[in-house]
Design a binder for this molecule. Structure first.
Ligand code: PEP
Ligand code: MG
Length: 363
């Protein structure tokens, strides 16, 4: 059953909406999540994590094939298997969101989640690719990392394997053109590049994104407006946001990674001592839950100011877990973010918190 707000709850949310300044979007990648988000009043998708779309057996096999293949032509053959799936993923999302903005983040897996783990898995991938299992095994070993979360992930993967992002952008633009042709309603895709540290990374990828979009528009006989932007989730990106803004129409703060990299604290292992830290007063709260205003928040503020100094109409959002936390939302209001994006079930809380923050600011 798709949830929908009704009665007094819907009335209260309507009042809140009359006061809030920031938009509220949702993090969603499945049609069901997108429908849930809409039912709760989300005004778009702020983060579609595309890596979640590749975990079923057939797709992960093709991803592995692509990653382990040495030749461009084998990589393209593997990606050709993924393109129709990815196109229908995006078509479904655009159809559910009916004209609302959809921010699609290009693939950002920690590579180890996609690497085959055993000899049997490597043999299976080699069989599917018609390749030598020994060669695939060597390649898999070369790609292993001690610290995958600080390694070959995000846009670094898109730089090493540009064909992946090109396939995704092709699927996205084809889906957008098809939905516009079918519904007659506008679709404005937002392409988001993850884990950017330097402007050079974003510029390089932006050129490729534009080339693929142009090729699709040419083939479809239709041009669409679209945005290219970046996650800000590394301190270096925040500190050089004025440079990066030169190649971005929007920033989205990935405060999960930004917290991890600012504290030098693994987001996957934080449970071991953090509760004791909070209990003993070494931290006021878990910084992965409620934004650390002095450190992570300062970087958000610096990036927002530097970005807007170069580009006054730069759209600014947040899509880390903090986007659904009321105290963090109040901080985002103070920084002047355009929207917050959170999990679908937190959308009503975010609408209310954004209204309370706007009222407190006005007062
Ligand atoms: C983030 O880092 O805050 C983010 C939204 O990206 P992910 O959680 O997928 O790394
Ligand atoms: Mg991240």
């Amino acid at each position: 059953v798709e949830p929908e707000l009704s009665g007094d709850f819907a009335t209260l949310m309507g009042w809140a909406d009359g006061f809030r300044r920031m938009g509220v979007r949702a993090n969603a990648e499945t049609p069901l999540d997108a429908k849930t988000a809409r039912g709760f009043g989300a005004e778009g998708i702020g983060l579609c994590r595309t890596e979640h779309m590749f975990f079923d057996a057939e797709r992960i096999l093709a991803v592995r094939e692509m990653i382990l293949s040495e030749s461009e032509s084998s990589r393209q053959a593997a990606l050709a298997k993924l393109l129709p799936h990815q196109r229908s993923d995006f078509t479904e999302l655009f159809t559910v969101m009916r004209g609302l903005p959809v921010t699609v983040r290009l693939l950002d897996p920690p590579l180890h989640e996609f690497l085959p783990q055993s000899d049997e898995e490597i043999a299976e991938v080699a069989r599917a690719a018609g390749a030598d299992p020994e060669a695939f095994s060597r390649r898999a070993r070369q790609l292993e990392e001690q610290n995958p979360m600080l390694g070959h992930r995000g846009c670094r993967l898109g730089i090493s394997y540009p064909e992946i992002y090109e396939m995704q952008v092709r699927a996205l633009m084809e889906a957008a053109c098809d939905v516009v042709a079918e519904t007659g309603e506008a679709v404005v895709p937002e392409v988001m590049v993850p884990l950017v540290a330097t402007r050079a990374e974003l510029s390089r990828l932006r050129t490729r994104i534009e080339a693929v979009a142009d090729a699709v528009f040419e083939e479809k006989g239709r041009r669409l407006d679209y945005l290219v932007g970046t996650m800000i989730e590394l301190p270096r990106a925040a500190l050089t946001a004025d440079e990066i803004a030169g190649d971005a129409e929007f920033f989205s703060f990935g405060t999960n990674d930004l917290t991890q990299t600012t504290f030098g604290l693994s987001r996957d292992d934080a449970g071991s001592f953090l509760p004791a830290y909070v209990k003993n007063g070494l931290l006021p709260q878990d910084p992965f839950v409620s934004l650390d205003k002095e450190g992570v928040g300062a970087l958000v503020r610096i990036a927002a100011e530097k970005g807007r100094a170069v580009k006054p109409d730069l759209k600014l959002g947040i899509c880390g877990e903090h986007g659904g936390d009321p105290a963090s939302i109040a901080f985002c209001e103070g920084v002047g973010l355009t929207y917050v994006s959170c999990s679908p079930y937190r959308v009503p809380i975010a609408r209310l918190a954004a209204a309370q923050a706007a009222i407190a600011t006005a007062a």
